[in-house]
Design a protein around this ligand. Structure first.
Ligand SMILES: [Zn+2]
Length: 505
């Protein structure tokens, strides 16, 4: 007897479909709302009605799926179980896929077909974004179920676009992730993966559900995979009809201001007993019922994330609601004479949950001709040398009021091998960026060495109001067509940023 040990199982989902993005940057509140999806289970049996899995087996699949998807505020509802008696489908191959998923198909659910064996794959979604998948029973209680459902909700393999999975229109994610938005799996918090393991400079997450790892190792989705799925459930026409309001989940306002009571509700059609709790930023008003709770901010000065928790029939739902005025801080990403300034939550959580509708960035003082500005959640500071400071007043407002912070921005001291920019004027309004790396080459002390002038360089042209007016992906650029005046050029290479002020004549 020959035993073949296969560490990777095959996924049959076509990886060459249209890449769809559903990000709606104007919609910041929906991440608070639980999304419930119907999954209809189809148990395939032999033509004579024998074989097939039990309802209890299906319940265990639902529990497994919820354990992976609930973290991303996506809830799986068992919309029903039916049986299909067909020996060609029971022990099957890929040629039957479209016939299987056409059988008993529920248009208002993701259809989850359970077959006994398949000669081509362990599981397959119809395509990336679809309502249909087929899984071999022996893999259904592993991460393969979440993997195929992930494909239905717009997730690609973590190694998509690599030589292991080329397809037209795709591209490999760079090891440093610099092109993560447009290549690979289009998700920036999954490390680059070429399906070669942790070799050749790659350090993939081999427990990610969308990687090719042994099924028992497929453990989790990243938070941005969760965002990508929620975006698809929010925007994909194919998926709108699978959403349901029957999973439970808490609904209500996304922000509470001091001294105002607010009601939060839970879907509970069977009137199960609901156990409510709130965190220390909230207090409960009156007595909660099996359908709602009334809360207000804990104090008149509370500024932080409130969490409302409801446990209903064994499932626990959490709802985040921002309480009070914004709570903001700055995070500096400093690089020689340039500093990236990110406005972040003072509590360390996602600043987009604070309901902030406007910000101001005002320079109030500086030394050594330091400059700074910003808009929204991002700003920058720079100076002509490495020893400048800027005092920046930043305000953020939401419907509860305005919070102001003042911070002194300084550049970090340069490292001994920091690359520096030399911006050379070739001719009138024509420039060339050259990266000087003082530590490259054999002689690291006496001469700087010019390197990689042809490597991808990103140069941004920013006007004195802080607005980016152009971006160049090459190291030579012609600025003749832009309005005359002073600008900042920001050159980025290898995630380093360097700045120079120039005059367009
Ligand atoms: Zn797959």
């Amino acid at each position: 007897m020959i035993i073949v040990v296969k560490s990777q199982v095959t996924c049959g989902t076509p990886q060459n479909g249209i890449v769809q993005g559903f990000r709606d940057i104007n919609n910041t509140n929906y991440s608070n709302t639980p999304i419930c999806i119907n999954v209809q289970f189809h148990i395939v049996r032999d033509s004579n009605g024998s074989g097939g899995v039990s309802n209890a087996f299906v319940d265990q699949i639902v529990n497994l799926l919820n354990s992976k998807f609930n973290q991303h505020n996506i809830y799986i509802r068992n919309a029903g179980v039916d049986y299909i008696n067909n020996s060609n489908f029971y022990n099957t191959n890929d040629s039957y896929f479209s016939s299987i998923v056409a059988t008993n198909n529920n248009p208002n659910a993701i259809n989850f077909y359970l077959v006994n064996s398949c000669s081509n794959w362990a599981g397959r979604a119809e395509q990336i974004v679809s309502r249909n998948l087929v899984i071999v029973n022996s893999y259904a209680q592993t991460g393969v179920s979440a993997h195929e459902l992930g494909h239905c909700i717009n997730l690609w393999h973590t190694f998509h676009g690599s030589p292991a999975e080329p397809s037209s229109g795709s591209c490999a994610e760079a090891i440093n992730g610099s092109n993560c938005n447009s290549c690979g799996d289009y998700v920036c918090d999954t490390p680059a993966d070429a399906n070669v393991g942790a070799t050749q400079g790659y350090n993939p997450d081999l427990t990610n559900i969308m990687s090719y790892s042994p099924p028992a190792n497929l453990d989790h989705f990243t938070s941005l995979q969760g965002v990508r799925m929620r975006d698809a459930l929010d925007g994909s026409p194919v998926l709108q009809q699978v959403k349901s309001n029957l999973c439970g989940g808490i609904t209500g306002e996304s922000i509470i201001c001091p001294n105002i009571s607010s009601t939060f509700s839970i879907s509970n059609p069977n009137n199960y007993q609901v156990f409510w709790s709130v965190n220390s930023n909230l207090s409960v008003v009156g007595t909660p019922t099996n359908s709602s709770i009334v809360v207000k901010s804990a104090t008149s000065t509370t500024s932080g994330m409130g969490v409302i928790t409801a446990t209903i029939n064994g499932s626990t739902f959490n709802y985040q609601v921002w309480v009070g005025k914004p709570n903001i801080e700055v995070q500096l990403n400093s690089n020689s004479n340039y500093v990236d300034i990110d406005l972040i939550s003072g509590e360390g959580n996602n600043i987009t949950l604070q309901g902030i509708n406007s910000t101001t960035w005002t320079k109030t003082a500086s030394t050594n001709n330091g400059q700074a500005g910003g808009s929204g959640f991002s700003g920058f500071g720079h100076g002509p040398n490495l020893y400048w400071t800027v005092t920046l007043k930043i305000t953020a407002s939401n419907s509860c009021g305005t919070t102001e912070i003042t911070r002194v921005i300084t550049p970090a001291p340069p490292g001994p091998c920091n690359e520096t920019l030399k911006l050379t004027k070739i001719s009138k309004n024509n420039y060339e960026a050259i990266i000087i790396d003082p530590c490259s080459g054999s002689n690291t002390t006496s001469t700087s060495k010019q390197i990689n002038t042809d490597n991808p360089i990103t140069a941004e042209l920013i006007n004195m109001s802080g607005v980016r007016v152009a971006i160049f992906n090459k190291n030579k650029f012609d600025l003749n067509k832009y309005n005359k005046g002073y600008y900042i050029i920001v050159v980025t290479k290898n995630s380093k940023k360097i700045v120079q002020k120039i005059l367009i004549e």
